[in-house]
Design a protein around this ligand. Structure first.
Ligand SMILES: NC(=O)c1ccc[n+]([C@@H]2O[C@H](COP(=O)([O-])OP(=O)(O)OC[C@H]3O[C@@H](n4cnc5c(N)ncnc54)[C@H](O)[C@@H]3O)[C@@H](O)[C@H]2O)c1
Ligand SMILES: [Zn+2]
Length: 358
C-alpha cells in the first residue's frame, strides 16, 4: 500500500493506492469519513461491476447508502444528468452531512464531483476512480464539471475530495482501448516532469501491458505524485498547472474535429507529438528526443499523426474558438527535454500548419 498526500493546506487529502482496497473501504468508512448517509454515484457499466457490491458492503457495515446510476459515456456528462442526480439526492434525503462517493471513470468523477460541489452549496465527497485515466489523472486535483453544447468542461467547479482510493485490481475489467487511452496521460507525465519515469515506461513495457500488479502500482503512484505536485503548486491553474495540458490544445481540437470519435488520450497523443515537433522546429528540442517520444507513443499503440481523413480546417477552427474563448493568445506547452516543458504563446499558424500535416 502507498499513501500520497495532495498538499493543499487545510484541504490536503490522501491518495491511497492499494491492490484490493475496494473490498475494505466500507469497513473503515464510518471511522475515517463519518457521515449521516453515503451516496454512491456511478455509471451503468461500473454499477454492476463494483457499485452494487460497494453499496452492499457499506450497508452491511451498518450505514445508510444509496446508489445513483446514470448512463455511461461522455454524451451523458451534461447538466440534465446533474439535474436528475441532484433531484434524486434530495429525494433520498441527503443533507449537508452526507457524503458522496464518486465511483467510476473520469465521467463519473466529474459528474459526481460537480453534484457534490453544488448540492446544498457543497457536500463532502471521496473519489474511487476505476479507469486508468481517472486513477492517474481526473480523480486528483479537484476539477469537477460537465459539458454544454458550446464546449467540453465549460461548466464546473473546483471541489477537492476528502480522499482518493485507488484499487489497481479494478483495471482487469477495463476495456483495452480505455486502458491505452489512460496510458497517454501516463506518458505525458513522463515528458512533462520525469525523464526516469519515461525511461521506466520503455523498460517495463511488457509488464505495463500485462497489468503486472507491482509495475501498475508503481506507475499509478508516480503519475499521482506528479499530478499532486503540480496541483499543489497551482490549484486553480493560474500558471504552472497548465503544464498538465501538454498535447491538449491540439489534442482537444483533434478530438472535437473527429466529433469525439477519437478518444481523448488518442487525441492527446497526436497533440503531444505535434507539440514536440513544434519544439524541434523552434530549435529547443533535439531530434533524438522527438524520436524517443514518437517511438514511446507508437509502442503503446497510440497514434502520432492526425488521421488523413480529418479535416485540417476544422481542427484549426477549433483552435481559433479556443483562442476566442480564452480571450487572449492560445498557450502551448512545448518540450525542451524529456522531463521538462515550457509554457508559451509564441506558436505561429505556420508552425501549426507544418505539424498537423497540411
Ligand atoms: N477533472 C479532471 O481533472 C479531468 C482530467 C482529465 C479528464 N477528465 C474527464 O474524464 C473523462 C474521461 O474519463 P474516462 O476516460 O475514465 O471515461 P469514462 O468515465 O467514460 O470511462 C470510460 C469507460 O470505461 C468504463 N469503465 C470505467 N471503469 C471501468 C472498469 N474498472 N471496468 C470496466 N469498465 C469501466 C466506463 O463505464 C466507460 O464506459 C472526460 O469527461 C474528461 O473530460 C477530467
Ligand atoms: Zn487529458
Amino acid at each position: 500500500m502507498s499513501v500520497l498526500q495532495v498538499g493543499l493546506g487545510e484541504r490536503s487529502y490522501p491518495i491511497t493506492i492499494e491492490q484490493g482496497c475496494l473490498q475494505g473501504i466500507a469497513t473503515n468508512l464510518g471511522a475515517t469519513h463519518s457521515a449521516s448517509r453515503y451516496c454512491i454515484i456511478t455509471d451503468d457499466n461500473v454499477s454492476g461491476l463494483y457499485g452494487e457490491q460497494l453499496q452492499e458492503a457499506i450497508r452491511s457495515a451498518g450505514m445508510d447508502c444509496d446508489l445513483l446510476v446514470f448512463p455511461h459515456g461522455e454524451a451523458h456528462k451534461h447538466l440534465v444528468t446533474v439535474g436528475l442526480l441532484l433531484s434524486q439526492a434530495a429525494q433520498k434525503g441527503l443533507d449537508r452531512r452526507s457524503m458522496i462517493i464518486a465511483l467510476g471513470g473520469g465521467v463519473s468523477g466529474d459528474i459526481a464531483g460537480f453534484v457534490a460541489a453544488t448540492y446544498m452549496r457543497g457536500v463532502p465527497f471521496i473519489q474511487i476512480p476505476t479507469s486508468l485515466l481517472a486513477q492517474v489523472d481526473s480523480s486528483v486535483g479537484g476539477k469537477t464539471g460537465v459539458d454544454i453544447p458550446e464546449g467540453k468542461n465549460l461548466v464546473g467547479a473546483f471541489h477537492q475530495p476528502l480522499a482518493v482510493y485507488i484499487d489497481p485490481d479494478v483495471l482487469s475489467t477495463l476495456p483495452r482501448r480505455e486502458y491505452i487511452n489512460g496510458l497517454a496521460e501516463v506518458i505525458k507525465h513522463g515528458i512533462i516532469k520525469d525523464a526516469d519515469y519515461f525511461q521506466m515506461l520503455g523498460e517495463k513495457f511488457d509488464q505495463v501491458m500485462a497489468l503486472d500488479p507491482e509495475v501498475l502500482g508503481e506507475l499509478i503512484q508516480v503519475s499521482c505524485r506528479i499530478k499532486a505536485e503540480v496541483v499543489a503548486a497551482d490549484e486553480q491553474e493560474s500558471n504552472t498547472r497548465r503544464i498538465l495540458n501538454f498535447g491538449h490544445t491540439i489534442g482537444h481540437a483533434v478530438e472535437a474535429a473527429s466529433d469525439f470519435q477519437i478518444l481523448h488520450g488518442f487525441a492527446v497523443a497526436i497533440g503531444m507529438v505535434a507539440c514536440a515537433r513544434i519544439s524541434v522546429l523552434k530549435g529547443i528540442l533535439g531530434n533524438d528526443k522527438l524520436a524517443a517520444i514518437i517511438s514511446m507513443i507508437k509502442r503503446y499503440g497510440l497514434p502520432t499523426e492526425v488521421p488523413e481523413d480529418l479535416d485540417r480546417d476544422r481542427i484549426k477552427s477549433y483552435l481559433l474558438t479556443d483562442k476566442k474563448r480564452i480571450g487572449s493568445k492560445t498557450s502551448y506547452i512545448l518540450a525542451v527535454d524529456i522531463g521538462e516543458v515550457i509554457i508559451t504563446e509564441e506558436v505561429s499558424d505556420e508552425e501549426i500548419d507544418a505539424v498537423i500535416g497540411l
